[in-house]
Design a protein around this ligand. Structure first.
Ligand SMILES: C[S@@+](CC[C@H](N)C(=O)[O-])C[C@H]1O[C@@H](n2cnc3c(N)ncnc32)[C@H](O)[C@@H]1O
Length: 366
């Protein structure tokens, strides 16, 4: 049995995980669902593709249940302890000491303190994971718990490199590489032609290329296309990749003019409107959303010209944090009329953000 530990947006991470298991054709059987983690049975092959998950932190192999299971942990000279479902340093220390006592029969052993009662992937990698081990305690509400060992972590340094080491960066405009990875997984499409018609400096394209997909991108602005090309050239060199992306200067409302082929998936974050200086009132938010919707309608019309039947679209629509603290999320009936079925909607935001990403997963019925 395994457990996956979700990142800071558990709802989105959960949706991504389900899509990911179908995308990689993993025969996974869920055995327990909790807010911040899932328990499941899976073939070992999940360990090989775990790195392609964007929104999860760790893959934990479950070893047993309750304190008895501590005896079955494999010796490690240096280790740490991660608690999920309990925020209790005394308990953390007690469990660490028990493991250390067991290990001392085999050799010297020490455990180190993470910043929280659980270790983050970056802390583990810096300490020397996987030689340095992370023993995980998953607490259920009734107080019973499972014990496991982290076998894989998603690599925050790789994602950071994709963001801050590339030659062209636009921190305000561009989507985080982690989110690009999540959005690609949400498509559940493993192979085929992928398009980002608002490619900007190419964050989503980078992910297409890393995953060996047939990558296509376009932007109305010639300058952005040049910048995306520079970032892609850097990516290919840094990661020693042979494949590349086809890029066009193109208005997303007129995709047929630029692309002769049809696509299996579109993954994109479009123009989301001007930056907001303050949180809008409800009326203002409705007005902003309606204005942008006129544009998005034409964009989706253009999608129908270039998509295959049953193709997937992952599209970021804007939602708004209102001046009264609420959130405005628009319903878009016109999507159905154009042949797009909404399969899922997920919010992605931080407290301080005025503009919220309302990520839509859609299927084009054709
Ligand atoms: C939010 S940015 C996309 C950022 C990109 N996802 C990234 O992370 O690098 C939106 C992009 O849409 C482009 N854009 C705006 N209107 C467009 C249109 N009608 N057709 C194509 N691109 C357009 C802008 O030039 C801009 O680069």
């Amino acid at each position: 049995m395994y457990s996956v530990i979700f990142g800071k947006n558990p709802g989105l991470s959960r949706a991504e995980f389900y899509s990911f298991t179908r995308r990689f054709n993993l025969k996974v059987r869920i055995t327990g669902e909790y807010r911040d983690w899932l328990l499941f049975d899976s073939p070992r092959s999940i360990e090989g593709c775990f790195r392609w998950l964007g929104g999860s932190l760790k893959l934990v192999k479950v070893i047993g249940e309750g304190e008895e299971a501590i005896k079955d942990l494999e010796y490690s000279k240096l280790f740490t302890v991660s608690l999920y479902g309990r925020d209790d340093w005394r308990l953390w220390r007690k469990l660490g000491s028990e493991i250390k006592k067991e290990f001392n029969a085999e050799g010297p052993a020490k455990f180190f303190k993470p910043a929280k009662v659980y270790a983050m992937p970056a802390e583990l990698i810096l300490k020397g994971f996987p030689e340095v081990k992370d023993f995980v305690f998953l607490f259920r509400e009734d107080g019973s718990f499972l014990v496991g060992e982290t076998v894989k972590v998603t690599d925050p340094f790789e994602l950071k490199k994709l963001d801050v080491e590339r030659p062209v960066q636009r921190p305000i405009l561009s989507i985080p590489p982690r989110l690009a990875r999540i959005m690609v997984n949400l498509t559940e499409v493993r192979k085929g032609n992928f398009l980002d018609p608002f490619c900007g400096i190419g964050t989503v394209l980078q992910e297409f290329i890393l995953q060996g997909l047939n990558a296509y991108g376009s932007d109305r602005d010639e300058k952005r296309v040049k910048e995306a090309k520079r970032n892609i050239a850097w990516l290919r060199k840094e990661f020693r990749l042979k494949n590349s992306a086809h890029l066009e200067v193109c208005d997303a409302k007129k995709l047929k003019r630029c692309f002769g082929q049809r696509f299996d998936a579109i993954v994109t974050e479009p123009y989301l409107g001007k930056p907001l200086r303050r949180n809008p009132g409800r009326g203002e938010a409705i007005k902003l959303a309606n204005e942008l919707d006129r544009f998005y309608y034409h964009v989706f019309e253009s999608f129908t010209d270039v998509l295959k039947r049953n193709a997937k679209v992952v599209f970021v629509f804007p939602a708004y944090r209102l001046s009264d603290g609420g959130i405005y999320r628009k319903e878009r009936k016109w999507l159905g009329k154009l042949g797009f079925e909404v399969l899922g909607r997920y919010l992605d935001y931080e407290e301080r953000h005025r503009l919220i990403r309302d990520i839509h997963l859609l299927r084009y019925r054709g």
